[in-house]
Design a protein around this ligand. Structure first.
Ligand code: HEC
Length: 451
């Protein structure tokens, strides 16, 4: 089950190069966000962002076409991938019409938008096979962790040496089939937790003893997705130690008792204008009273479930196809919701039950996938999923800083923090090969701000 391997020496040397950002970048290449910003705003663009940027960046550098025929062929091919994985990611569109719209409006801008970048040391750690997919990463027990969606393995990287430990995850899937490793987070006892969207299982990994406990019995085809987190960025545990998960393809939340393995389902309201599996009940956080707030990305809603009453209610976002995605909560019980297709953060006060702020990202056309709150200082880190960057937002001063990765196609879905004020993420394109980099592997990234 357990094997120790070391990163290829050459790969790690490359990865160890420290790349300090410049205070103000020169005119860079056009990025995915620049291309989106050049398209007419409106429902077609928002649907393209929601449907087409869920696996990889769209537009430059790698996912670009010119003619209507090429776009149409590509979109149909993508619908095929979407169907094969049974995800219903691409909303219903008139493919021929969208392809003509793209032919008419789509041009790669000659250069990217110039923004002020903050300096950082960035170190890249190769781990796992190149032709795969690493959705999430977490930092625990002095190691950075990623899991292979298709290969069903967990990789732990030593930040000092780059050495990689590899663990086969004992899932209930036939050999060669994906377990669908998805979210990775940790509980306060230091254990790692991983969801498996395809195996419909959840694993607890003890990073000190290096042992797994795998939980089964979740609903088949429901696509077990994310753990509900708390304001301190831990997996939320209720007073009895139970944890919560969202289901991507079904409108219910699941509660698991890690001691007994008991699973319970809590229904949420039907978002009737879409088939259930297209609603995409997405990410969840717990407020200070243990209520669970969740997003429906395609359903365009934010909901709240009170476990005490088993009742849930939902709020509609003001504009269709806004794409509420991977939210965070702060210690005043305010939700920080990234609106994927609006380049915006919605701040929702759960006590007043209203939107209190709308914060526009400093780079036009970007699509923020996730927001993570740094529990040490309350700063919000936002993935610049279409700009190869991370944003750092200070809620007190209300200012943004931008840290750019040294790669194009550097699509990210999460941010983690260690005890030394480093910030961590991983390149998370599906396919991983869409990130333009010198590594033939998956890549975990450590970013140390220098400002
Ligand atoms: C389910 C995941 C998924 C979604 C959703 C998705 N793609 Fe892709 N895309 C892939 C994969 C996998 C590849 C690489 C395989 C390939 O090139 O054939 C790819 C490659 C591409 C490429 C470059 C490859 C080529 O054929 O030139 C383009 C362009 C592209 N996608 C456009 C889109 C568009 C447009 C959408 C939305 C309609 C979309 N993608 C949605 C998975 C996805």
């Amino acid at each position: 089950m357990r094997r120790r391997i070391f990163a290829a020496a050459a790969g790690f040397l490359l990865g160890a190069l420290a790349l300090a950002g410049t205070a103000c970048s020169k005119r860079g290449p056009a990025r995915s966000s620049d291309w989106f910003a050049s398209l007419p705003s409106g429902e077609i663009r928002r649907k393209l962002i929601i449907g087409c940027t869920s696996c990889h960046q769209l537009g430059p550098p790698v996912a670009y076409k010119s003619t209507a025929q090429e776009w149409e062929e590509t979109i149909r091919k993508m619908q095929g991938f979407d169907e094969k994985l049974d995800l219903a990611l691409i909303p219903e569109i008139d493919v021929a019409e969208v392809a003509r719209w793209l032919e008419k409006h789509s041009k790669i801008p000659p250069h990217g938008r110039t923004v002020r970048e903050s300096p950082a040391d960035i170190k890249e750690y190769p781990a796992g096979p190149w032709e795969s997919f690493y959705h999430d990463m977490e930092y625990a027990a002095g190691r950075a962790w990623i899991a292979d969606y298709f290969g069903n393995k967990l990789y732990g990287v030593d930040p000092e040496t780059g050495a990689v430990e590899e663990f086969a995850i004992p899932l209930n899937v036939p050999k060669g089939k994906p377990g669908g490793a998805h979210a990775i987070n940790k509980t306060r006892d230091g254990a790692l937790w991983i969801t498996f969207t395809k195996a419909e299982q959840v694993a607890r990994f003890d990073p000190v003893k290096k042992t797994f406990r795998v939980y089964s019995g979740f609903e088949k085809g429901a696509n077990i997705q994310y753990f509900a987190l708390d304001a301190e960025r831990w997996v939320y545990q209720d007073p009895k130690g139970r944890i919560w998960m969202t289901q991507f393809s079904k409108e219910f939340l699941t509660r698991l008792d890690p001691r007994t393995g008991r699973i319970e389902k809590f229904s949420t309201p039907r978002t009737g204008w879409l088939p259930e599996k297209a609603v995409h009940e997405y990410a969840a956080v717990a407020d200070s009273r243990g209520r669970l707030w969740y997003t429906e990305t395609h359903g365009n809603r934010v909901g709240v479930l009170d476990p005490a009453t088993r009742r849930a209610e939902e709020f509609e976002l003001s504009e269709a196809w806004s794409g509420p995605k991977r939210l965070a909560i702060d210690t005043a019980d305010r939700l920080w919701i990234p609106e994927l297709a609006q380049s915006r953060i919605l701040v929702f006060d759960t006590l007043a039950r209203k939107v209190v702020e709308r914060i526009t990202l400093p780079i036009k056309g970007d699509y923020p996938y996730a927001i993570r709150r740094n529990p040490k200082n309350g700063e919000m880190w936002i993935t610049g999923s279409g700009t190869d960057s991370l944003y750092r937002y200070d809620p007190r001063r209300k200012n943004f800083r931008i840290y750019r990765f040294p790669r194009r196609g550097a699509y990210t879905r999460t941010v983690a923090f260690d005890e030394k004020d480093n910030v961590w993420t991983c390149y998370a394109s599906y396919p991983n090969t869409h990130t333009q980099m010198p590594f033939r592997s998956g890549v975990i990234v450590r970013l140390t701000p220098r400002d």
